[in-house]
Ligand binder design. Structure first.
Ligand code: SF4
Length: 216
């Protein structure tokens, strides 16, 4: 399977037109991709961020979970899902019986986008241009890992994988069959943390992850 073919299954996946494509080495394994991504200049987000935050997990993982972008903690540590949202995800995964270490975790966008407010760096949602620019990395990760199931955490990831018309609010928890893998979308764990009714939001999130577990 060529990377172009894989990219075409991503909604934003015209690898030739994406900013990161020229930085993605052909035929690379995950370690080589991760190393190459450190030098990506495919869009402007690398300038203010500390480092590229590439995906982590087994190269033969059956499940790939895709978030939006690294946050403040992830940007400093260079690992995805190591902040509060990551801890909530870990708690929910444990509750449904999914081993986090067996999952490949990544983001649709590999650099932290933020605005500075005093000394704080406030998350800013990546725009469509940045998601498209970064799509070649996600396509390359999916090509190497070849998961059976892709879990989109939040709208940015869902639109990156399933197309811009996909609405998580209407279709969360629905299993969507693509040629190479199934996809299920749910909310991002940070949205659960921010929810006015945390218990209810968390319970819905866990219910979606139970569907993931059942499909594994
Ligand atoms: S966000 Fe993605 S495309 Fe933009 S510089 Fe970072 S790795 Fe490259």
């Amino acid at each position: 399977m060529t990377s172009d073919h894989q990219s075409n299954r991503l909604a934003n996946g015209d690898a030739k037109g994406s900013g990161a494509a020229e930085f993605v080495p052909a035929g690379a394994d995950l370690a080589q991709l991760r190393a190459a991504a450190r030098k990506c200049r495919g869009c402007g987000l690398y300038r203010a961020a500390t480092q590229t935050v590439f995906g982590t997990g087994p190269s033969d993982a059956a499940v790939v979970m895709v978030g939006e972008q690294p946050g403040d903690y992830e940007d400093r540590q260079g690992q995805p899902f190591v902040g509060p949202a990551g801890r909530l995800l870990e708690r929910a995964l444990e509750e449904v019986g999914i081993d986090r270490d067996a999952v490949y975790l990544t983001n649709a966008v590999k650099h932290f986008k933020f605005v500075e407010r005093g000394k704080r760096r406030i998350h800013k949602q990546p725009g469509r241009t940045e998601v498209v620019a970064c799509s070649a990395w996600l396509a390359a990760e999916l090509q190497v890992v070849e998961p059976a199931l892709v879990v989109c955490l939040g709208a940015v990831a869902a639109k990156a994988v399933l197309g811009t018309d996909f609405k998580v609010s209407e279709r969360r928890g629905e299993m969507v069959a693509l040629p190479a893998y199934q996809v299920i979308a749910t909310v991002h764990p940070s949205a659960v943390l921010r929810a006015p009714d945390f218990e209810s939001a968390y319970s819905d999130f866990v219910a979606d992850l139970r569907k993931v577990h059942a499909a594994m």
